[in-house]
Design a protein around this ligand. Structure first.
Ligand code: ADP
Ligand code: MG
Ligand code: MG
Length: 213
């Protein structure tokens, strides 16, 4: 198993954890208006659990893919809530695509992102326009794939994907939620972007800025 790649993945998860700590209050506030107020806490609990599981897996000599699958399982467990289950699925799908042996080729990363988005849609049943994290995930994956196919270097493609996802997440402020807990609040969510789409963009921006690839 590639230890170097596993170490890179641990570093990425630590970046994610720090973002959830720094933005817990803001995400909680968003979710309090358009949901039940626990999104910041859920993300921090999930990411913290994931980092711990990743360290345990790395110490046991696990490769990057196995490490991500274990981190994903722990994220769901530690976070609870809808986004916890979905982030668990994201890490699991990405880990399966990455595998333990392969170096993290740009192609493997793009495939992993695509698989992660598919897993979220399979599990949550949301589509674009439902005012969920899917509204940010789809443009992120689409832009990343398109830029990669055009030969744009991964780091630059990642930045462009983040920009596209952020515009889409911002536009969710104009939507009324149709799924998840916030759907019962209906029009109350108008004017406020979806918390899960917002946190996704925060995490992707930080990963892109972390000099991981
Ligand atoms: P909970 O809704 O259980 O309190 P969180 O507050 O942590 O969980 O997460 C809420 C976020 O989860 C929403 O802002 C939305 O982005 C995402 N979400 C909720 N339901 C779905 C779904 N069915 N598909 C995709 N994302 C969803
Ligand atoms: Mg919530
Ligand atoms: Mg909740």
């Amino acid at each position: 198993a590639s230890q170097a790649l596993a170490a890179q993945v641990v570093k990425g998860l630590e970046v994610i954890k720090q973002v959830t700590i720094d933005n817990e209050a803001e995400l909680g506030k968003l979710d309090a208006i358009a949901g039940d107020g626990d999104h910041g806490q859920g993300m921090r609990y999930g990411a913290t659990g994931a980092v711990e599981a990743a360290h345990r897996a790395a110490e046991a000599g696990a490769g990057a893919g196995t490490l991500l699958v274990r981190a994903g399982a722990q994220w769901s467990e530690s976070a609870g809530g809808t986004s916890g289950a979905l982030w668990g699925a994201i890490l699991t799908a990405f880990g399966r695509a990455l595998g333990d042996e392969t170096p993290a080729s740009p192609q493997a990363i793009v495939t992993g992102v695509r698989d992660a988005v598919d897993a979220v849609q399979r599990l949550g049943g949301a589509t674009v326009g439902d005012k969920t994290m899917v509204d940010a995930l789809i443009p992120f994956a689409d832009t990343l794939s398109a830029k990669q196919a055009e030969g744009v270097p991964l780091a630059e493609a990642w930045q462009q994907a983040t920009t596209a996802a952020q515009s889409a997440a911002d536009r969710t402020a104009d939507f009324v939620s149709k799924l998840g807990r916030s759907r019962v609040l209906g029009e109350k969510s108008l004017g406020v972007p979806d918390p899960g789409a917002t946190s996704f963009c925060m995490l992707m921006r930080a990963l892109g800025d972390a000099d991981l690839f």
